[in-house]
Design a protein around this ligand. Structure first.
Ligand SMILES: NC(=O)c1ccc[n+]([C@@H]2O[C@H](COP(=O)([O-])OP(=O)(O)OC[C@H]3O[C@@H](n4cnc5c(N)ncnc54)[C@H](OP(=O)(O)O)[C@@H]3O)[C@@H](O)[C@H]2O)c1
Length: 376
């Protein structure tokens, strides 16, 4: 079975790595039992397309932004890309892979694919699922075999698949607790060691752990989007008025858009964080930036912010950039824990390929070299 894919966002960190991994591992029918064929690649403005698959050179050069502009074509909306694969009167199933961070146009595009077409989607872009309505979420994810979204949370660790399966076996979560930001996890574990807040944020920024404007991480909206996807996957429609979000730092700082000014003001917060962590330490506690969902009452509620946890608790023991989620359900009364890297280009690209496996019909088992040595 050959799977045709069209990657939108192919020139970004994740998209580029994905092209490389597919070319290196999945593309050849002679070495892989479930080959992938890259029929199209798009950046924000241009694309390359061939109905029988792009050659490796074209694919790699396009994603490296080194392809001769004469070999690319321009486009202005995603429906043009859809028309390419739908022409000639036949519509072979194509899986569109979204590695952009586009919001509204992608909500429309994902919806169109799932509503009207035979095609599928695999997305690392969480925006259509977190920023669209609950109804949109339900529509998109209703087609389990045509919509892969495991990479929208924890870079594709099992949380999305677990929540979906628990929903389908009717085991509702009563509580979910998640440390869902590698950046904020790193900052909290450094503050626990007594390091200065401004120095830690500066170092995290220099090491590429933060977004270009660190306020994007410190504001907590990314964590909110992730817990919302987890909750929605479990079937819970959490109303905006039932979500409390406390950014790690005061909103007045977050409104400083100029990055150098923002960084220069951070030392003003050093004392505040030092005091918080000392106070927690005196009570054998520590602090972690977490999202907690409580589903034990009439309506599910989400609280996001810095929370005290026992030093020797699963969340207190979390270090560095790893993410961790603890779920309590009727069956898993004592909790089910998933811990893994919360981001990472290589992991994300690989897990997009796992989502592609999830859309195969008649998937065949394979070995490390691709195909099986014996046929059965
Ligand atoms: N990095 C991670 O570890 C990780 C993990 C899980 C999920 N994700 C998610 O994966 C997505 C991509 O992350 P990234 O780090 O690869 O981002 P990135 O490096 O900024 O890449 C973004 C890609 O999207 C393209 N793009 C931008 N605007 C577009 C538009 N309007 N229409 C079509 N394409 C557009 C860019 O094309 P140009 O080159 O033309 O600008 C580029 O190819 C994000 O949603 C992110 O949240 C990332």
């Amino acid at each position: 079975v050959i799977q045709d894919v069209f990657i939108i966002g192919a020139t970004g960190n994740v998209g580029k790595e994905l092209v490389k991994q597919i070319v290196e591992n999945d593309i050849s029918e002679s070495v892989h039992a479930n080959p992938t064929r890259i029929v199209g690649l798009a950046s924000s403005r241009s694309y390359v397309y061939h109905p029988y698959g792009l050659n490796d050179r074209t694919a790699i050069s396009f994603s490296d932004k080194l392809l001769d502009p004469n070999e690319c074509k321009g486009y202005s909306n995603y429906f043009e890309l859809l028309r390419l694969v739908n022409r000639n009167g036949e519509t072979p199933k194509t899986i569109f892979i979204d590695t952009t961070s586009v919001v509204d146009p992608m909500i429309r595009f994902h919806t169109r694919i799932i509503k009207h077409e035979v095609h599928g989607i695999v997305t690392a872009n969480k925006n259509p699922l977190a920023l669209g309505s609950f109804d949109t979420f339900e529509l998109l994810t209703s087609r389990v075999e045509r919509y892969g979204f495991s990479c929208t949370v924890m870079a594709g660790a099992e949380i999305v698949n677990l929540m979906r399966d628990l929903r389908d076996v009717n085991d509702r979560p009563t509580k979910i607790m998640g440390a869902l930001s590698g950046t904020l996890g790193y900052i909290a574990s450094r503050l626990e060691n007594g390091d200065r807040f401004s120095a830690v944020v500066t170092e995290a920024k220099e090491n590429g752990y933060t977004e270009p404007h660190p306020g994007t991480d410190l504001g907590g909206t990314d964590v909110r989007n992730k817990i919302l996807i987890i909750a929605r996957t479990a079937g819970l429609d959490v109303k905006p008025e039932n979500i409390t979000l406390e950014p790690l730092i005061d909103r007045a700082y977050l409104s400083i858009r100029d990055v150098p000014t923002f960084m220069a003001r951070l030392p003003e917060l050093d004392e505040h964080f030092e005091e918080l962590f000392i106070k927690a330490r005196e009570a054998s506690m520590t602090l972690r930036y977490m999202a907690s969902l409580d589903n034990t009452r009439n309506e599910p509620r989400i609280k996001i912010g810095l929370q005290e946890v026992a030093k020797d608790s699963p969340m207190g023991l979390l270090r560095g950039t790893d993410n961790k989620v603890m779920i309590e359900t009727f069956t898993y009364g004592k909790g089910y824990i998933i811990q893994a890297a919360g981001a990472g280009i290589r992991t994300t690209a690989q897990n997009i390929r796992r989502d592609l496996l999830g859309q195969l019909v008649n998937r065949q088992a394979t070995n490390y070299n691709g195909v099986r040595t014996k046929s059965y």
